[in-house]
Design a protein. Structure first.
Length: 254
């Protein structure tokens, strides 16, 4: 929507005003902790079809462009969204906040491709062994407890399970079945829970009908159409040379 609303305008002054307005909207969303909305506006302003409008950007004052540069640095994907993560970690769950979803989806994707969903018995044993060594190291740092003087309690008998194969066939079937990697799903849960921690505090929005009507009138274009409109609004030097040659050829032919 942001990119379409800019490249669809023929008038240079209108394009300049719309770009300045969207920068102001991105700042306002950032102040309200709507990081996802602010990042979406920045993505539209930094679309190649908008960035190549060099004449339009020349007429935008430097003091207006500086907040845009700050927001671009904030939502930069470098170092796994480090600046954004540092900022949102300082936000309290008691204040309204809409997290930027790109880091969340990125973390889920990394976990999906870096950790297997199923484990063989050998892989599971190796994983539990590593976790056991880590737990032993944690317990070594704590104060040892006195052994209990109470007599041991006899374990309850395990009920028999019927309907399953017996003997070597049962053992072979159990070993051949893969195990679900629950640690992967635990990490997924941690990522999603961290993103949902701000839902406890909600903000009541009031719908603006004039604004809704204005936004609904914006025609949305795909990337191919956006590129064509951008080239039409501000032709490249190669296109300008081709236009000049075409005009000269037409004049000489007439």
């Amino acid at each position: 929507m942001v990119c379409s609303s800019i490249v669809s305008l023929r008038d240079l002054e209108l394009r300049r005003a719309v770009v300045c307005k969207w920068i102001s909207v991105a700042q306002s969303l950032r102040r309200q902790n709507d990081f996802h909305g602010s990042a979406a506006v920045i993505a539209g302003l930094t679309h190649p079809a908008v960035l190549r409008l060099k004449v339009t950007w020349v007429y935008i004052p430097a003091e207006v462009q500086e907040p845009l540069h700050e927001l671009r640095r904030l939502f930069s994907a470098s170092s796994s969204f480090l600046k954004y993560r540092q900022l949102i970690n300082r936000c309290r769950p008691t204040q309204p906040c809409i997290p930027h979803m790109a880091p969340v989806f990125g973390d889920l994707g990394k976990l999906h491709y870096s950790m297997p969903t199923f484990l063989s018995h050998e892989e599971a044993d190796a994983l539990f062994e590593r976790l056991g060594r880590r737990d032993d190291g944690d317990q070594a740092t704590t104060e040892p407890q006195e052994p209990s003087q109470e007599p041991p309690v006899a374990a309850a008998p395990v009920p028999a399970v019927t309907g399953l194969p017996h003997g070597a066939g049962a053992a072979a079937a159990a070993v051949s079945l893969p195990l679900i990697n629950m640690f992967k799903f635990l990490r997924w849960t941690e990522v999603v829970t961290d993103a949902l921690r701000f839902q406890a505090c909600r903000r009541d929005f009031v719908r603006s009908l004039p604004l809704s009507r204005a936004l609904s009138r914006i025609v949305l274009f795909d990337d191919k159409k956006l590129s064509a409109l951008s080239q039409c609004r501000e032709p490249s030097e190669v296109q300008q040379d081709a236009i000049r040659l075409s005009v000269l050829d037409h004049l000489f032919a007439s």
